[in-house]
Write a protein that binds this ligand. Structure first.
Ligand SMILES: Nc1ncnc2c1ncn2[C@@H]1O[C@H](COP(=O)(O)OP(=O)(O)OP(=O)(O)O)[C@@H](O)[C@H]1O
Length: 207
């Protein structure tokens, strides 16, 4: 059975221990919300779980093997959306998503326009992303959730700048993912409205 596990993780930034001895396990159909005040280390933890930065100590395993053993296989199993939208401001929504699909080797020809439509970006798809609002740029980033099929989603503040309708749309997508056996690690300063039971990990701000 697929799983993400973290074993005895420690993370230090500029001589401050953000967390240590942190272990967790995420299995199909489970969602873990990582909570904590600003600066507690939520983004730092998500980046470690996604294999984007190294912990001071401890390890992250995908299907019980260290993620370093098969980084390509792990990244194929993952969608990571960071707290910044991560879109190229000079490219349109369509171009951004085409590039993302190419990099992630996702077939995209028929899929991108329907997703742009679903996310309410029709009519804006040819504008440079830098000319879109913060919420519209966030929608481009979140389109990835409809374009790639991956069991593990790591989402850092996915609702930032979104209006109520867009939040509900993303929550429904998350719900669907969990019902199909997906896994989600998410940070959000706002409560999640899912009819799925939620694991919660509260990071304390360590001085
Ligand atoms: N690349 C870095 N270099 C040095 N310090 C860093 C770096 N990244 C993060 N930090 C520090 O680590 C601490 C935790 O940052 P992090 O972004 O993980 O917090 P967070 O819990 O996600 O906060 P927020 O709720 O504001 O998003 C902060 O004090 C920050 O200054």
């Amino acid at each position: 059975m697929a799983s993400l596990s973290a074993d005895n993780l420690a993370c230090v930034k500029r001589d401050r221990v953000l967390f240590e001895g942190l272990s967790l396990r995420l299995q199909p159909g489970q969602i873990l919300q990582i909570a904590g005040v600003n600066g507690a280390g939520k983004t730092s933890l998500l980046r470690i779980l996604a294999g984007l930065s190294m912990p001071e100590s401890g390890r992250v395993c995908w299907n019980d093997s260290p993620i370093d053993d098969d980084p390509c296989g792990f990244h194929q199993s993952l969608i990571y959306i960071g707290h910044k939208p991560g879109v190229n401001r000079l490219c349109s929504a369509q171009q951004n998503l085409e590039q993302w699909c190419r990099i992630h080797e996702v077939a995209h020809e028929q899929h991108i326009l329907p997703v742009i439509d679903r996310l309410g970006l029709v009519g804006l798809e040819d504008l440079p992303a830098g000319q879109l609002s913060a919420g519209q740029q966030r929608r481009i980033a979140l389109a990835r959730l409809w374009l790639k099929s991956a069991p593990l989603w790591v989402l850092d503040e996915p609702f930032t700048a979104l209006d109520r309708n867009a939040i509900a749309l993303v929550e429904r997508r998350m719900q669907q993912h969990l019902e199909h056996g997906g896994m989600i690690a998410v940070t959000s300063h706002q409560p999640l409205s899912l009819s799925h039971s939620l694991e919660r990990l509260e990071l304390e701000y360590q001085l």
